[in-house]
Design a binder for this molecule. Sequence first.
Ligand code: DSN
Length: 435
Amino acid sequence: MEDDLPGIERNGKKINMASCDQTDSLQQNDPLIWNAIQDERTRQKQGLELIASENYTSAAVMEAAGTILTNKYAEGYPGRRYYGGCEFVDVIEAEARKRACDLFGAEHANVQPHAGSQANMSVYLTVLKPGDTFLAMDLAHGGHLTHGMHLNFSGQLYNAIHYGVSEKTHQIDFDHVAKLAREHKPKLIIAGASAYPREIDHPKFAEIAKEVGAIFMVDMAHYAGLVAAGLHNNPVEVADYVTSTSHKTLRGPRSGFVLTKKDNAKALDRTVFPGMQGGPLVHIIAGKAVCFKEAALPEFKVYAQQIINNAKALAEVLMNGGIQLASGGTDNHLMLADVTAIGLTGKIAEEALDRAGITVNKNMIPYDQRKPLDPSGIRIGTAALTTRGMKEEEMKKVGDWILTVLKSPEDASVTEKVIGEIHEFTKDYSVPGID
Ligand code: DSN
């Protein structure tokens, strides 16, 4: 009978999951997954992580996110749950909400959205009806999938109108935003971007939204850490809703949250649960609470300033090496490099850098003539390397390695030399939770 049950093999012996020793470590229980995690640890430690939306979260955040809280269902909100045994997770969620409000000066926070897409969806479902019009940044100019891309729910459910950046400056063209707003009378205007290297003027957007009677939402996912540190203007002061992820410049666990005014709190909360999600991920909410506490510390301000300093330093090395950057530089944590000027495409550049231990992502640049799967550019961000303690001096080395690889993308001896140097170099820069 036992032999008929589904099970796993260990040391040639079939073990039924029902009788599997629950105290076994991951290494013993599931070596394939364990080994892949070890390989990823090594990759994260040895390489140069320059994906603009990634970061290394703290050991404390990881500890909170990896706890027994993952076992608990807690549909509802603190004090009003649909499950028993929520007295301790209530403490955690109530504190996460309070810390988010304190950090950004918000009246209300919902910390249950599982990710940035859900945070955005929760606002759309709260304020829009299917078929309603919203105005947001074009994906090809730096916007996000959930800002109305045609294959995304946001582009399928709603009438998305897109603004972009000026062809000349690569900066948001506010005359165009205002023109589209007057013409289309959107119910919602969205500011915020995933691949825009400049500080966004939220008050200017708010003015346009007010003029046309639109609700104003800011998706600050990429630059939330810079806002928390007071280095970029705070959208909470001018927007009706602010959505974010917690894992990019904010350096928390991978997740989302929404900030709004007290008057919108009830409608938003009802949309998140039961409107859009079931049980919140309490272990991740605990990680977010820890992240909000860390981001309120004076050290975080120093960290966030260093992210910007590093981005500017790296931008300069790349531009001096003949690479064109969209908008001619950066005010934040990222830059968009047009690699066609040096005879490459974004795909070739991404792959060549990957082989050399430098991780970036291919990206469209404004007014790109190429396609998303092989665009003209790469997106480069400095939040993760800054967490490892790297400063302007190190950015010069990083920039030189990038240029060396991009100048000889197919030369295996160059790749080998660079990856060797990078593996030696990164030994001196710790990664939280690894060493
Ligand atoms: N996918 C993220 C990024 O890389 O920017 C945004 O959600």
